[in-house]
Every structure is written in structure tokens, then in C-alpha cells.
Design a protein around this ligand. Structure first.
Ligand SMILES: Nc1ncnc2c1ncn2[C@@H]1O[C@H](COP(=O)(O)OP(=O)(O)OP(=O)(O)O)[C@@H](O)[C@H]1O
Ligand SMILES: [Mg+2]
Length: 271
């Protein structure tokens, strides 16, 4: 199983939307067995499947919270069906916010390692895990990075100096310096309005600055993405033949090809 974290501490760049739609395409179009993990105490990814009130009333013991608390729950306790074949969810919970400590290097070993250990345990059941993170570089994001093979940084085509990339790279270095071999898979442009001159300029700037590290495929801005989530669907269920679904498929295929050649360890993650 490959584990990919989507992280940028900048808020609202499309981390959750991307995780939601990508996971649907990977499962239902590309036939992968996918586990999505909601490491954000805001639990937006979970709300996308179950709605806000069901998410709020979830028993924390059936979410990511016990994992971040340092327990290794039985997988059946915290892994749930999404209703889409091949796609399962470890929900997020407000209860996880106590583990989202500002200085993750001082956090207990448990908070830093149990997510990784949990994913190793279930690695045989999935081809891929995608982890959605909060918009900060605290304990939950640190745990996600420590559990991952790869990092994808969603960025909007705006001034790349304001996109938080340098801070994400600092966190990546920090996690790697603690012995976790997560690598940067690339930057993913999100909410792209390709006809907008300013977006074209910023996209060109990002590509010039980061070269091949920028995914060729992009997530366009499209009303269908939030519309699909409002209906508790992924884009491939909502408008399977539309341009938005095709764009997500291109991202999913590029993500898989970028991870090719990465051999999971015998334990399953963190090659
Ligand atoms: N490609 C898109 N086209 C149109 N709207 C989008 C797109 N991607 C995201 N949005 C909208 O932008 C807002 C922010 O998106 P999202 O919640 O995915 O970002 P995020 O990075 O996860 O935010 P946070 O930092 O709060 O976790 C949401 O209202 C979402 O519906
Ligand atoms: Mg989010």
C-alpha cells in the first residue's frame, strides 16, 4: 500500500476536495482499493460523505481519535464503508484536536507513530491510502507525514511566495530528520481558471520555479466539484463524462505514475 498525504498549511486551497474526488476516481474508475483518512479535526472530508450533523455526532472511538491517542484500535472499529465500492474511510473528529499540538516534535511517540503503525497493519487490504490534513503543520499533519510514503502539496495559481510552500518543505525536512522517509511527490495546481490571464501567469511562475515537481495535470475550478460533494458524491458519480471528472482522472493517473517504482516495504508503508 502506498500512503499519500495531501498537505498545505494554507487554508482553502482544495486539499479536501481533491482528496474526496481523487479517491473516488482511484476506486471506481481505476479499480484501486483506497482508504481515505481524515486527519483534520475540522473533519471536512468526513462531512463530504456523511454530512455535518452525522459527522458531529460520531462516537470519537470510531474515528481517527483513538489512533492519534496512541491506541491501535481494531481496524473494523475505525474503518467505515463510504458506499462507493473499494473506498473506505477513517473519519475525522473534533476530538482529535487535542492531538493537534503546535510543536509536534515534543508530542509523545504515540501520537507520532500510531497512525503509521495502524496503516502498516491494514496495508494488505488497500492499494493506496490518501490522508487529508488540517491547514496547519501541527501534530495531525506531522503524524500524517510520518505515516506516508509521499506528500502532494495542493497550491492555487496565485503568488507562489504566498502559497506556504517553504513552510511545508520545512515540515517535510523536520519529519525526515526524525527518520521518516516521506518524499515530495509534487505540487498540484488547484482551482485553476485557465482562461484567466492572472492564473496563466502564476501557473507559468510555479512551473518555472519548481519544474517537473509540478503535476502536469491540474484541478480546474468547476462548480461541479462542490455540487457533487453537496450531494455526497464524487465527481465520477455526479458527472462521469464531464471535463471535471476527466481532469481528476488525469491527476489520478499522474499520481499513480509518479509513485511507480516505489516499492512498499514488507511492512507495507514508508518504503
Ligand atoms: N476545483 C474547485 N472548483 C471549485 N470550487 C472548489 C474547488 N476546490 C475546492 N473548492 C471549494 O473551495 C473551498 C475550499 O476547498 P477545500 O475545503 O477543499 O480546501 P481545503 O484546502 O481542504 O480547506 P481547509 O484548509 O479549510 O482544510 C470549498 O468551498 C470547496 O468547495
Ligand atoms: Mg480541508
Amino acid at each position: 500500500m502506498l500512503v499519500v498525504t495531501l498537505l498545505n498549511q494554507k487554508g482553502g486551497v482544495g486539499k479536501t476536495s481533491c482528496t474526496h474526488h481523487l479517491s473516488g476516481t482511484l476506486a471506481s474508475v481505476l479499480g484501486k482499493r483506497v482508504l481515505i483518512v481524515d486527519a483534520d479535526p475540522q473533519a471536512s472530508l468526513t462531512q463530504g460523505w456523511w454530512g455535518p450533523s452525522a459527522t458531529r455526532t460520531l462516537d470519537p472511538s470510531s474515528t481517527i481519535a483513538p489512533i492519534l491517542a496512541g491506541d491501535l484500535p481494531h481496524p473494523g472499529q475505525v474503518i467505515h464503508e463510504t458506499g462507493l465500492a473499494g473506498l473506505h474511510l477513517v473519519p475525522g473528529s473534533r476530538a482529535a484536536s487535542v492531538y493537534n499540538v503546535a510543536d509536534p516534535t515534543t508530542a509523545s511517540r504515540e501520537s507520532r507513530e500510531t497512525l503509521r503503525e495502524f496503516l502498516v497493519e491494514v496495508a494488505g487490504d488497500y492499494d493506496l491510502a490518501l490522508i487529508d490534513c488540517p491547514p496547519n503543520l501541527y501534530g495531525c499533519s506531522f503524524a500524517a507525514l510520518a505515516a506516508s510514503n509521499h506528500l502532494v502539496v495542493p497550491v492555487q495559481p496565485e503568488d507562489y511566495g504566498a502559497q506556504g510552500i517553504a513552510d511545508v518543505l520545512d515540515s517535510l525536512d523536520l519529519v525526515r530528520s526524525e527518520g521518516y522517509p516521506v518524499t515530495l511527490l509534487g505540487y498540484l495546481l488547484t482551482m485553476v481558471q485557465s482562461r484567466r490571464a492572472l492564473h496563466q501567469v502564476y501557473e507559468a511562475n510555479v512551473r518555472e520555479a519548481y519544474g517537473d515537481l509540478v503535476f502536469a495535470a491540474r484541478m480546474p475550478e468547476a462548480a461541479e466539484f462542490p455540487e457533487a460533494i453537496a450531494q455526497r458524491k464524487t465527481i465520477t458519480q455526479y458527472k462521469p463524462k464531464g471535463a471535471a471528472a476527466k481532469a481528476i482522472r488525469a491527476i489520478a493517473e499522474e499520481l499513480l505514475s509518479r509513485t511507480e517504482g516505489v516499492q512498499p516495504t514488507a511492512k507495507g508503508v514508508a518504503a
